[in-house]
Design a protein around this ligand. Structure first.
Ligand SMILES: NC(=O)c1ccc[n+]([C@@H]2O[C@H](COP(=O)([O-])OP(=O)(O)OC[C@H]3O[C@@H](n4cnc5c(N)ncnc54)[C@H](OP(=O)(O)O)[C@@H]3O)[C@@H](O)[C@H]2O)c1
Length: 276
């Protein structure tokens, strides 16, 4: 039950693969109209074709989220194609393994631009737009979701910039959902654990070397569809945070209460990784 998603439009960035693609398909199966954005046009076309083949309604926009104008084009395209926009999922992002001392200024700038600034821009753009819309059934005018991460709750060694961008997304989403709680706009942050997508291959390619950061072991990684289905549930029944692993959530809560313990565990894992 909850909010009827039928014929509502969702715009999703980073939807040419992984979590964004799975979410586009899951939202379409829930009856939503979907507009997908990313840089690889051939992959976006495949997502749109897959949705249309199932009888869904979708369109794509080739975009680079690091260009502020492209977020505006995504929203405009949703209005042009479908005449309305109910939800946005700011999902585009990537990882890069570096020690704090090794990042170049350009690498830091690019990561914060893609993972954080673009997300914040899309949140503000759609937040202002949703406030002007009438509420739909369930009382919401619109729903903003951001793809943060479980690592938003810790400073991950050799992944500090990535975990910082995920933390910033989470902080802004949390503040914004309280600011807008009485105005009918839902804001949710999604916190996937390690997920089987192109993410790790891309991070490895960009980092150009041996793995140096602590990651979810392969056997514990979840399929992208697990995250996508949790997002659809959150669209139907809005809530502040979307988690797909209770053990990880509990472990992170413990790590927040006892940071010394969390640091000691991470140091132990880090030393194991450094062993030849
Ligand atoms: N996989 C995990 O373990 C995990 C865990 C927690 C959180 N996350 C988060 O989940 C989100 C999605 O990642 P994923 O796991 O699904 O990995 P993925 O398969 O690599 O997907 C990343 C998506 O982001 C897009 N993207 C990257 N840079 C972009 C840019 N400048 N402009 C537009 N699109 C861009 C990529 O498309 P193009 O290359 O076509 O542009 C792709 O569609 C990310 O924000 C990531 O931080 C992932």
């Amino acid at each position: 039950m909850g909010i009827d998603l039928k014929s509502r439009t969702i715009a999703i960035t980073g939807a040419s693969s992984g979590i964004g693609k799975a979410t586009a398909i899951a939202c379409s199966r829930a009856g939503m109209r979907v507009i997908v954005g990313a840089r690889r046009e051939d992959e976006l076309k495949k997502v749109v074709e897959a949705i249309r083949a199932e009888g869904g309604d979708a369109a794509y926009v080739v975009m680079d989220v690091s260009n502020p104008k492209d977020n505006e084009r995504l929203v405009e395209a949703a209005m042009d194609h479908f005449g309305s926009l109910y939800s946005v999922f700011a999902n585009a992002g990537y990882g890069l393994e570096r020690s704090v001392l090794a990042y170049t200024d350009a690498e830091l700038d690019e990561m914060f631009r893609v993972n954080f600034w673009s997300c914040l821009q899309l949140m503000r753009l759609t937040g202002n737009m949703f406030l002007k819309q009438p509420p739909v059934n369930g009382g919401k005018r619109g729903h903003i979701l951001v793809c943060s991460s479980c690592v938003s709750k810790i400073g991950l060694p050799n992944y500090a910039a990535y975990s910082a961008t995920k933390s910033l997304q989470d902080h802004f989403a949390r503040a914004m959902r309280i600011e807008l709680a009485d105005q009918g706009v839902a804001v949710s942050s999604v916190h996937p654990i390690g997920t089987k997508t192109e993410f790790f291959d891309t991070a490895k390619r960009l980092s150009g070397g041996k793995r140096i950061s602590i990651q979810t072991p392969e056997r514990f990684k979840q399929p992208a569809e697990t995250v996508a289905n949790a997002i659809v549930r959150c669209l139907r029944k809005p809530k502040g945070e979307v988690w797909t692993s209770f053990p990880m959530r509990a472990m992170l809560a413990l790590g927040t209460a006892f940071p010394g313990l969390a640091d000691a565990m991470m140091l132990k894992r880090q030393r194991q990784l450094a062993e030849p």
